[in-house]
Ligand binder design. Sequence first.
Ligand code: F3S
Length: 641
Amino acid sequence: MNVAKKIISKHLVSGKMEAGAEIALKIDQTLTQDATGTMAYLQFEAMGVAKVKTELSVSYVDHNTLQSGFENADDHKFLQTIASKYGIVFSPAGNGICHQVHLERFGVPGKTLIGSDSHTPTGGGIGMLAFGAGGLDVACAMAGQPFYITMPKIIKVNLTGKLRDWVSAKDIILELLRLETVKGGRGKIYEFAGAGVKTLTVPERATITNMGTELGATTSIFPSDEITKDFLARQGRISAWTEIIADDQKDYDGEIVIDLSTLEPLIAQPHMPDKVVKVKDIKGIKVDQVGIGSCTNSSLSDMLLTAEVLKGKKINKNVSFVVSPGSRQVLAMLSQSGALFNIIESGARVLESACGPCIGMGQAPKSGAVSFRTFNRNFEGRSGTKDAKVYLCSPEVALAAALSGEAADPSEYFGAKPKIKTPEKFLVDDAQFQQPEADGSKVEVVKGPNIVSLKQFAFDLTTDVVVALKVGDNISTDHILPAGAKILPYRSNLPKISEFTFGAVDADFAKRASKIPNGVIVGGENYGQGSSREHAALAPRFLNIKIVLTKSFARIHLANLINFGIIPLTFDNPADYDKINQGDNFSFSRAKDILENGEDFNILIAGKGIKIKANYNLTQRQKGILLAGGLLNWIKEKASK
Ligand code: F3S
């Protein structure tokens, strides 16, 4: 078997390992971050389970670390106390970005991990089978429920050759994005293989699996080999290592070959991670802001390279340059080694170890700015500045831009690449993680005024529905419910956060939708791509959206819609998309019977006499969830039977 199948087969609760079939997997570990975690734990609490049933669950605070009002601080306290009560490890603000920290201190090859953050596949860098999921799915896993996915196709990414100087792991994943696009990974696991794998360190592998998310992939994974063993040994966790390598190089549903030795420094242009070109093709573009960090490129090696390149040099005066080390461990080691001095002396602004500018928490660039970032997403407006142009690149390309003030190919701009040596032993201080109380029953969960208890939804769809909004292709969860310092603090306050739904697309949407008893959103291809943010389903549901009808869906968002009782439909004939307009009335009769009986939906658009066939490719379980009004109700119904 290949690596992915080996892990799936060991965790298979039900279903067959045949691409397209629904499978249920036992989940060993979960992680949450604060932006999605508060809701996940409210949901877990509503399930009435005394303690988490996973081997390990960790609650990280890394997104909303700005405390400019009481809201974020309230949420952090809630997360700390609920973690202690229910058997969850708590990683407070300052410890670092969930994926970086999890890789360093908790990830175990061969284990399954789901996280309420779409970049959870970062764990694939050490051979974990790691999935991004909605918070409710994570809550279910903590309650001991299996995780349901459609068995993906497993695609071998055969890496040959070796990267040249100034070309890095980021360029490998950008090349894959160029080849496959942001839709190319749907229903696939990318499994990395070939001689090139042995040339990549764990942090480099993790950069690749992290950004596999941008391909829309179910997940991405590397084998667990001697290099993985070395990484874990340096972290003082060699006992966590097991070897997991593919024993049949032909056991794949497809193959892509990338010759590392031919790659050049690449860059994704605004506003999509797959708009990839060679850096030399945009040479000379003036750059206003540069950011090195995020869960994609904030490892110790990324930071040591940054320090070494900047040594004795000054940042261009027209560039605002920010560096965010990925974890407290990385920051501490940078400081201990003296490398931090080189970064500070260059004129860089050193930020807290957190998501920061990646999630729009500070560092919004100036109007119309060009911003080069080592992050993984460049959707319009995500930086906090609507007309900013965000490019995604490697630390090498970012450094050339920070020093020169423009887009420059680092292999031309710099001389020989410095050799970076990471220490034999990482600085380990697990005292920074808070272990839960052995007897959680006595722990009081603190809910400040920003924590609003959950609203229970029911299946209450009636015949007449109205198209509340029509949008185009590649609508991301950032479009549906933006992040940023103004909005994210309300993530545990559904009535409030719902007011921001589709705000940047259509400022009147929330008001209009809340007045329609049964609303429909019509979308194009790849609806709901991007972050796993379940508020992008929850908030529309709160505003009475009952159906989303699109040409196609992104995986995590599709699951989130079902979890919150929104019926996801796709056009049988994509050309029918053009026949529907915002404000159209549908006759949508017998929805309950149709779902129960597995019939097709034939939608009649009132006043136009147009009939449209819509499909739903749902399992019995998913139909059951919709008919129950959502996953929480479904679980409760199951528990009461
Ligand atoms: Fe955080 Fe950005 Fe990663 S928001 S988890 S650093 S994608």
